[in-house]
Design a protein around this ligand. Structure first.
Ligand SMILES: CC(C)(COP(=O)(O)OP(=O)(O)OC[C@H]1O[C@@H](n2cnc3c(N)ncnc32)[C@H](O[C@H]2O[C@H](COP(=O)(O)OP(=O)(O)OP(=O)(O)O)[C@@H](O)[C@H]2O)[C@@H]1O)[C@@H](O)C(=O)NCCC(=O)NCCS
Ligand SMILES: Nc1ncnc2[nH]cnc12
Length: 292
């Protein structure tokens, strides 16, 4: 594995840790509380993210060499899932992230290897050209016993595998533009991440929500997120308290959009790898972010 592969793996884990640190995220785990989860907390999730350093470096190396999804990327992903479950004592902390962030890592590495300028458009095109056909086959593969497959049978809604087959519209058409606009408006990294999370929640069919609460819960999450954004999102007055109130509401309803959290991590990884997020001066940070 090259130093470039290792750097990409470190960037991926950093993006996942930043997603974890962001607060307030409705129903999700953060340093403040465990949200709507009784089997995982912030420390466990950080250990889970850290366990992915070596697997992501291996995925970067495989991606750089344009190795095939079925023969290289998928077995590496399954191996990473095994490692994660060993670290967490069997709790599914990051199965979705291994898949989505792992594919971003592979696509970023391949984009570098081709000598292309690393932009969101280039990364998406490389993902599509290199693994698009395999990801489409993966999306329609029958016989999976996952929660996502059960949601598909019960509701007809698709999740992570369809998202990948379409080369992650939620990341490239929703998350990255939202994060870019939020940073350009002067929001600090926490507020921009929360604003992006709400934008994703308003747009995505998240199978973790649909598994727990069915289509009704899916509509509630999308409407709650759209309402927050219509009120100004993280640019509006009192956004922090409003997001905290929604967080409490989601916990009461036992809802949490784990898939959107993964898509936020993908957004942070690709945005930063494409040089889209520069650190801000401390004065702007304290002016725009709510209390932590
Ligand atoms: C492709 C797989 C991810 C399998 O996908 P499938 O949909 O068949 O199965 P699930 O096991 O349900 O996993 C999907 C996970 O993806 C996240 N997700 C959900 N909706 C979306 C979406 N629209 N777009 C993208 N991603 C989405 C989500 O992951 C997060 O939530 C998990 C934790 O949530 P929690 O509520 O706690 O859920 P559980 O523990 O399951 O249940 P309870 O607590 O309620 O009891 C956590 O994983 C987050 O990351 C979905 O869970 C994939 O597994 C696969 O094919 N793997 C093979 C390896 C591979 O190919 N890797 C590729 C390497 S590049
Ligand atoms: N912060 C978080 N809380 C719960 N599930 C998640 N999956 C990925 N990130 C998560």
């Amino acid at each position: 594995m090259s130093p470039e592969d290792q750097a990409l793996a470190r960037a991926a884990v950093a993006a996942m840790r930043d997603e974890l640190r962001a607060y307030p995220k409705p129903g999700l785990v953060s340093p403040v509380d465990t949200g709507a989860h009784d089997d995982m907390d912030f420390d466990l999730m950080c250990r889970s993210a850290d366990s992915l350093l070596q697997p992501f470096a291996a995925l970067a190396a495989a991606g750089r060499a344009a190795e095939r999804f079925e023969h290289a990327l998928m077995p590496l992903g399954i191996e990473a899932e095994r490692g994660m479950l060993a670290v967490t004592g069997g709790v599914n902390t990051h199965r979705g992230a291994i898949f989505s962030v792992g594919l971003m890592v592979a696509a970023l590495a391949r984009t570098q290897a081709l000598g292309l300028e690393v932009t969101p458009i280039a990364v998406r095109e490389v993902l599509q050209d290199t693994w698009g056909a395999s990801l489409q086959a993966h999306a329609t593969r029958d016989g999976a016993t996952s929660h996502g497959a059960e949601v598909r049978r019960r509701t007809g809604r698709d999740g992570a595998r369809r998202e990948a087959a379409l080369a992650f519209p939620s990341v490239f058409e929703t998350g990255i533009p939202a994060y870019r606009a939020a940073r350009q408006a002067g929001l600090d990294d926490n507020a921009a991440s929360i604003d992006t999370l709400f934008t994703l929640m308003a747009a995505v069919d998240d199978t973790t929500v649909l598994y727990r609460g069915g289509l009704e819960a899916g509509s509630f999450v999308r409407q709650a997120a759209a309402g927050f954004l219509a009120d100004g999102g993280c640019r509006g007055n009192g956004w922090f308290e409003k997001a905290q109130a929604l967080h409490r509401n989601f916990v009461e309803r036992n809802l949490s959009a784990g898939g959107c959290a993964d898509l936020l991590a993908c957004t942070l990884l690709v945005s930063r790898s494409c040089g889209e997020s520069q650190p801000q001066p401390a004065s702007a940070r304290s002016r725009l972010s709510g209390p932590r």
